[in-house]
Design a protein around this ligand. Structure first.
Ligand code: ZN
Length: 382
């Protein structure tokens, strides 16, 4: 289980997780169905909700399969009460690819809607006063409506919704990627705020207002995360070495998990750097350690619980490479090397604070006489 979600299955090899809060929605809908029409109402309404989420999954699969076509790994699809989210290892900064990946989602909804439109005798029947939800035709009419609404709603130009991403991709043809995101996110915040007001005072729909609130926050968060990971005037002169913490805990590779636990007992809980005769063998994260101990594996060697490959940083890399890494990886400690020698770690939980201190140093300390030399080519992360 990772962060309050459970794994369902993996369609097309893409991991599908459902967030635990989804079950609150399920329980709420079951309750509403029961109060409306007893057991039949409950079964039917829960069925409708699950069908809607099948369409959500198909929409996200559209994004994911398109992304995979461009060689972008998909971490997982996460189902939340407010909808689905396909999480990519990275979002392509190529406008054309982003356009194609984004359009693939709503395209699935419009395809489903088109099939139902052609197959149903009266697809718009749900608008009639004698509409009967408790029939197969009523159910299919609802699924038709849901796909039309899902397709159109997602195309609203409110970043980070699909329409907003399309808007950003189009802007990125003329602006830098960061500026395009800034414009898209600013427009999105205005539209989302208008959406919140409209949902509250015109439509009196609290759920829609909550949805727009999430969109408002989501756009801002994605812009901030991008801003942090983009080189700017201030961070351009800083290097990974400047953020490196020189004190960290190491354990020898022959240690068992129990011995690792003993080492940790004397310090603040943290990820451990595992050293073998060749140098750094990897990082044992405290989450991995905890999990393995709970599974009764205390006697096993730590080397059996290291990730297959671990990202390493070089001290002379520009500082924004750190942010790219933090956005991508779940571990919190990254070994930093200089001329092949381990000199310290980057600690994800202290990066913001370290940056603050770097700022102070830049202001009150004269620059060092032998500054790090910038690289001529941007580094490729492992
Ligand atoms: Zn989408």
């Amino acid at each position: 289980m990772r962060s309050w979600s459970i794994h369902l299955f993996s369609p097309f090899g893409i991991r599908l997780d459902v967030h635990l809060t989804f079950f609150l929605l399920l329980a709420f809908i079951a309750f509403v169905g029961w109060s409306n029409a007893g057991p039949l109402g409950m079964t039917w309404q829960v069925g409708v909700l699950l069908l809607i989420f099948v369409c959500v999954v198909l929409h996200e699969l559209g994004h994911s399969l398109a992304a995979r076509r461009y060689g972008i790994p998909v971490d997982r699809i996460l189902l939340l009460p407010i909808g689905g989210m396909a999480q990519f290892r990275q979002i392509p900064r190529d406008p054309w690819k982003e356009l194609m990946i984004t359009i693939a989602g709503p395209a699935v909804n419009f395809f489903l809607a088109a099939v139902l439109f052609l197959g149903l005798p009266d697809p718009w029947g749900f608008l009639q006063p004698d509409f009967n939800l408790y029939s197969l035709e009523g159910l299919l009419q609802v699924v038709f409506a849901v796909n039309v609404i899902m397709g159109v709603f997602n195309l609203l130009p409110i970043f980070p919704m699909d329409g907003g991403r399309i808007f950003r991709a189009l802007l990125a043809y003329r602006l830098t990627y960061l500026n395009a995101t800034f414009v898209a996110a600013t427009v999105a915040k205005v539209l989302a705020a208008a959406g919140i007001l409209m949902a509250l005072f015109v439509l009196q729909n609290l759920l829609l207002a909550i949805l727009f609130t999430f969109i408002f926050i989501g756009g801002e968060m994605e812009y901030q995360s991008l801003r942090r990971s983009s080189p700017n005037k201030k961070t351009a002169n800083w290097f990974v070495g400047d953020l490196t913490r020189r004190s960290f805990l190491t354990i020898p590779a022959h240690y068992s998990l129990r011995e690792a636990l003993t080492t940790l007992a004397l310090h603040r809980p943290q990820d451990l750097v595992v050293m073998d005769e060749y140098g750094c063998a990897g990082v044992l994260t405290k989450e991995k350690l905890k999990e393995a101990l709970h599974d009764g594996k205390a006697h096993q060697p730590v080397t059996e619980h290291l990730p297959e490959k671990f990202p390493q940083l070089q001290a002379n890399w520009p500082v924004y490479t750190v942010f790219e890494l933090l956005d991508r990886e779940e571990q919190t400690i990254f070994p930093v090397f200089e001329n092949g020698v381990l000199i310290g770690v980057i600690d994800a939980s202290h990066v913001d604070e370290s940056l603050e201190w770097l700022n102070l140093r830049a202001k009150y300390q004269p620059p060092p006489t032998t500054p790090n030399q910038p690289l001529t080519t941007p580094p490729k992360l492992p």
